[in-house]
Design a protein around this ligand. Sequence first.
Ligand code: BG6
Length: 470
Amino acid sequence: MKYSKLKPFPEHFLWGASTSAYQVEGAVNEDGKGKSIIDMYEHPADVADFAVASDHYHRYKEDIRLFAELGMKAYRFSVAWTRILPQGTGEVNEKGLTFYRNVIAECRKYGIEPVVTMYHFDLPYALEEKGGWLNRATIDAFVEYAEILFENFGSNVHYWLTINEQNTMILHPGAIGLPKGGKLPEKKDMYQQNHHMMLAQARVMKLFHKMIPEGKIGPALNLTAMYPATCAPEDAIAAHNWEVLRCWNFADVPTKGWYHPLAWSYMEDRGIAPEVLEGDREILKDAAPDFLAMNYYSTATIAASKGDASDVAARAGDQQIMLGEQGVYRPAENPYVGKTEYGWVVDPVGFRYTLRKAYERYHLPILITENGIGAPDVLEADGSIHDDYRINFIKEHLQQMRLAITDGVEMLGYCPWAAIDVVSTHQGYRKRYGFIYVDREEFDLKELKRYPKDSYYWYQQVIRENGSSL
Ligand code: BG6
């Protein structure tokens, strides 16, 4: 659809950027923090670990000052559950509360809206040892943790995200590292874990609305629209299969109170549907989010399954690289889109398409909580970083977002990945996303000095103009 006039970005649009605790903070053994699964899982040996990361734990004041100079109106970060409750439940660590109280106060000092993710992949290891999300007791632990967060920060934080990329954790569990011994859970167990996370999320949203009626809360999902590889009806069915199983099933439960019918049929047929106890349906029905948070990186292109083992690609997949599933779908190439050097599809028009689909399904305002391009940025001798590829990527996505706004999609804000360089779980500091460069290498920490990249100055101008020249 072409328009004679584009709608402007909303007046109080949340121009921001994101990070997550384990990828930015470091200080993994400081001030009483407990171990999370991220600390205990196996990760590739040739990339940075999370011990120091970008040292934000010690440098948050300097970082937030740089965010303020960038003009950020919102900073999306996550709380490490293990800083607040080192054992996942029980004794509260005051020093953990103090750290996040300080981060929030620092944001407020500059008029930056804190957007807080409660759980970004880093489940307390003490809970994992007792069965993790397979154990229904973890639902109570999450509610206990949430109540502490709401009590302590509820009056200063308006926007909350429950769980980051539940669909990534369930469908691509290896994306956050491998349990010791390298064995991932069976599919049936993953869908049971998923059910428990859904219950935990629903209970937390309900509690939130009771405790902080003026606040807003929502899930943060990784959403990716799917194109059929050809106009063959079988390809369209396969694309729909995977779009439902990968995306909408995870958004339907919090918004509509139950699983997508196609996903439920799939799980039942394969004997992997979760056990549902009496009262579960009521818990899911009884809660609703105020908005939908969306991480968008790519679209995917899908062909009909051939019904044999060749449906599943031999290479390793991740949250954006589709693997295929026998009898469900197979991945296909799309000659009309680009690719990053890590194999992730670059598709700004697909962003508009995904936004339209998500809004059409849920009619909830959308907050973008991740979008961006990973690249091996180069620090020049004069301290500059010429990341024109990042500027182009974000510019093209923002142009498409403006078209989506003109299409009628209600947008709350845009918080791309990432505010500052963070550890990429698989590629460490060889793959960077930030507006601010952190001078360290995989194993040489150097001085961890901060350098604004070209994209920082470009984004500053975009924010200043409220996106009017996009
Ligand atoms: C998202 C995650 O899926 O992708 C982030 O929420 C992650 O935590 C981001 O860093 C980019 O992924 P990667 O693997 O390139 O760092």
